[in-house]
Design a protein around this ligand. Structure first.
Ligand code: G3H
Length: 489
């Protein structure tokens, strides 16, 4: 809520992009720094949020919806004025192409405007009176309290705001920790947070999450945990809250979305969609296709066309026009990709496009690799690789493909490619009870943002979307009375 001068330690931010250093060796370029706060500063931020919410009596939770919307509109105006600055920071901090960083920014603004419209509608519907059995009541959507928001590095702005914006609009106070990669891009917004909203309503902390987030939760003063990130982290964090069974959580977590490619699939369309699905932003999307299950009768043709199309992708720096594959956030990521490929090879798989450079990396830049045949026991079979590797497994009986999805710990989405509506129909019904979105002849994805975004099993808790998120950060309360002759009139 306040901009606090800082003379403590700072963390240097390294871009995924490497430059040649003085000794001739490539090294990740330094692009800035941010303050490293500790438990004291985090406690202060939390105390400010608790004060601003004031058990629901604060200025923000008691404002009318129209007043809150006016504050948000002011914020959006200030944010839009910083567009190019923020887009450039996204590009440098996480290595997202400039085109995709701009799309992320614009999508976020659209999402905010859509959320405002959805709130107006929700408020209208909720302000109606309900009459039943001699009672009359007015239902209101009311806030939940203090929300701790954290987003992921792959959509640092968009997916942080996917929870932060609806949480704010519903009248909650927020403590917000930027992602580990994707911190600097929030600097230009701090002043807008401060001037657009009442003091203490939004509090940003720059701190190592592993230390301060469990500490914040252990205070028992966080009412909602909103995290888009890893399932393991979410499980750990929830346990830190003294009343963990009562802590509300809105979570978007790990996924291992599969594509099921049936024998009659349109090869060109399937290759195009699977390529996009597996490799947009280097495969660093929770919705990315992370396993391709292809019927054995067409697998050779599929692999050949896929590898051919893959080699047309442009690998390069995020500012280059038309670039598709850009650097990963750090060497640990290229090392993980290499380990996953080595493991698959040790278990009998090969890199289909090895001769074209598949699997080769230089520092943070990794040439996408198609790995085949991937089978049970390999890291790539079940682990979420979250990077530019495309595991392909053949199947003979469609039941095998179905079993892969139903026995997974994840349950976000699946794609089916095929032409026969009867065969597709037979798959859709069991699958839609296993995942939250079945995509027909197209890749998995979150958008359009008005669609519900959810997951089963270890993949999510709660539902996000323009309207669902407003519901997730509020509760229906009501004012009720016995009907009188006056109220009947
Ligand atoms: O990383 C997870 C995101 O929700 C993916 O969103 O499908 O729009 O790229 P997207």
């Amino acid at each position: 809520g306040e901009l606090v001068p800082w003379d403590g330690p700072c963390k240097t931010v390294l871009s995924p992009v490497c430059v040649r250093g003085a000794d001739g060796e490539a090294e990740q370029v330094e692009i800035g720094s941010y303050p490293v706060m500790g438990e004291v500063e985090s406690d202060n931020a939390l105390a400010a949020a608790v004060r601003a919410y004031d058990s629901g009596r604060g200025e923000w939770p008691t404002m009318t919806v129209a007043q809150r919307i006016a504050c948000m509109q002011d914020f959006i105006k200030q944010m839009v004025a910083q567009r190019e600055h923020i887009v450039t920071l996204i590009m440098w901090e996480i290595g997202k192409s400039h085109t995709d960083a701009a799309k992320e920014f614009d999508r976020t603004v659209t999402y905010m405007l859509q959320t405002i419209e959805a709130l107006k509608e929700l408020d209208n519907n909720n302000s109606r009176f309900v009459i039943a059995e001699g009672s009359i009541g007015q239902i209101r959507r009311t806030p939940l309290g203090v929300v701790l928001c954290m987003g992921p590095y792959n959509y640092p702005l968009n997916e942080t705001f996917a929870t932060l914006i609806p949480a704010l609009l519903m009248g909650n106070a927020v403590v917000f920790k930027p992602p580990q990669y994707g911190t600097l891009l929030f600097h230009p917004l701090l002043e807008a947070f401060r001037t657009a909203f009442p003091k203490g309503v939004i509090n940003t902390i720059y701190a190592p999450g592993a230390i301060v987030v469990p500490h914040l939760l252990a205070s028992g003063k966080i009412d909602v945990l909103a995290l888009i990130g890893s399932s393991k982290v979410a499980d750990h964090l929830k346990k830190q809250h003294p009343k963990s069974n009562r802590l509300r959580a809105v979570l978007g977590l790990d996924a291992k979305n599969a594509a099921i490619v049936l024998p009659d699939a349109d090869l060109e369309l399937t290759v195009k969609e699977c390529l996009l699905g597996a490799l947009s932003f280097n495969g660093q999307r929770c919705t990315a296709l992370k396993m391709l299950l292809v019927h054995r009768s067409i697998v050779d043709a599929f692999l050949a066309r896929f590898a051919e199309e893959l080699e047309k992708l442009k690998i390069g720096m995020p500012w280059e026009k038309g670039v598709n594959i850009t650097p990963l956030p750090g060497m640990h990521r290229t090392q993980y990709m290499t380990a996953a490929i080595d493991d698959a090879k040790a278990h009998g798989a090969r890199v289909v496009n090895e001769a074209q450079g598949g699997g080769v990396f230089y520092k943070t830049l990794f040439h996408p690799a198609v790995v085949y045949p991937v089978s049970e026991g390999m890291m790539l079979y079940r682990e979420e690789q979250f990077g530019p590797i495309i595991p392909v497994a053949p199947f003979d009986d469609v039941q095998t493909a179905l079993d892969y999805v139903t026995t997974s710990d994840h349950g976000q989405q699946v794609s089916i490619f095929g032409k026969d509506p009867v065969q597709i129909g037979k798959l859709v019904d069991p699958l839609v009870n296993q995942v939250c979105r079945v995509n027909l002849n197209c890749q998995c994805q979150r958008g359009p943002d008005v669609f519900p975004f959810a997951g089963r099993k270890d993949s999510a808790e709660g539902t996000l979307s323009v309207t669902d998120a407003l519901r997730a950060f509020s509760i229906r309360s009501m004012v009720a009375a016995k009907q009188t002759e006056d109220s009947k009139a």
